[in-house]
Design a protein around this ligand. Sequence first.
Ligand code: DNO
Length: 348
Amino acid sequence: MTFRHYGDSDPVSLEYISQIPGVTGIVSAVYDVSPGCVWPTESIERIQSQAAAHGLAFEVVESVPVHEDIKLGKPSRDQYIAAYCENIRRLGKAGIKCICYNFMPVFDWLRSDLAHKNKDGSTSLIYRHEQVLAMDPAKGGLSLPGWDESYSAEGLSALLEEYAAIDAEKLWENLAYFIRAIMPACEEAGVNMAIHPDDPPWDIFGLPRIVTNEKNLDRLLSLHPSRRNGLTLCTGSLGASPANDIPALLRKYAGMGRVHFVHARNIRLVGENDFDETAHPSQYGSLDMYEILKALYDTGFDGYIRPDHGRMIWGEKGRPGYGLYDRALGAVYLEGLWEAIVKSNNMH
Ligand code: DNO
């Protein structure tokens, strides 16, 4: 059981993380290096030793960002891929076993509201498709948590224009090129790549999104047969589309040994393409967390898992989705389910 940590700027301390029952490691990254550049070994080692000082392992990186030129398939991609491979080798040497990354054009995860007030006074991240469609990213003033705020409105418009030539098939080609180019470094370094599904799993602002459903996950895994070409199975991202049966997907892909990392969280579907993030327990959302963990247990899953986004509760202020309290409750809830599954299976 791991817990995401955003480095020195994270209001949640490593000490507090080490106090959460059952959490044995952190998921982190070097945050002060631009996409496409090489991470200094000292920065990687610093995270490693800070975690170790609190008895926490650092074996999972989220994320090593993929430079937009790689997604766009520009000639400059080769130099960025070379830097990516160097990062893989450095991370492997420092004890990292798994790298989470994504291949979403321009924007990472998107929500329409980061602090939607629930009846009980807690706040949640929510997504309302109409509201997102009404935003114009090229006009600026749009600030959503998942994406690089360093773009100016003009820079963003120019980038979006470059993507006009990239349809889903072209993006697949560029993803295939990237995966095939990095696999040798992964083999050499002993590092598993775990692509994060697109969140939400549909096209946004006219940009194609391709890591969205079973058919596409099959295609992704077929791009390179190595087990190291694997998945971050994010229950909330894929679960936003009711066609995605999460326990079934886990049984299939974890059964193939291709799931290296699980992001566990619950969401409540409230309309077509609309959802609220909820507390982790099954009763609050549309996902059955017991069935999800049961699928992992039955397939002998031995990868990493972390509680994903939590609500803001008990007056906590912090990074949307990444407060301490609700994620800690999520971790312990998941551990409780796991203990019950393990023990009830040993009894038979
Ligand atoms: C959201 C996260 C994502 C994830 C990246 C991986 O909270 O799960 O931002 O870190 O998509 O590259």
